[in-house]
Write a new protein. Sequence first.
Length: 167
Amino acid sequence: MRPTNLARAAGELFNERAGLKSIAVPYKRTVEAMNDLSSGFIDFVWTNATFALGLARQGKLRVLAVTTQNHSSLDPSIPTLQESGVGNFHLEAWWGAWFRARTPQPIVDKVAAWLNQILNDPNTRQFFTTAVPSEPFPGTPASLVAYLKDDIPRWAEAYRLSKIEPQ
């Protein structure tokens, strides 16, 4: 899945929720979109907060809201889209560790414990607080499955609205 697909999906969900019609402009790289935004060639961009906040702090753009359910640790003063009046909007990117279906449980448990140790380390938490727009959420394979059962339908709706073909 390309990052531009994530932005396009978020944009189409926003159009549907806000009752707007905007035109998606595809970019190969985020930096190109950000340059066009800061130069005034396009009106807005859906992007990762890491890219946007640097330009916002330089006064080159204004961050309006985050797509997540909670405020970003990078700048808690930025409202969520729901707080800004766009109801039922909650999308966020996430990472998970995956194994083949027949991986022995002791290996899964050992790697899960190792990853949780890393994610709970104060240096890792500090990195997430200052460098990426999300909070680490250590857990178990079962907690990841529960999260996915809740999150996949949100992304499925966004992708259905954006008419992005499965890859």
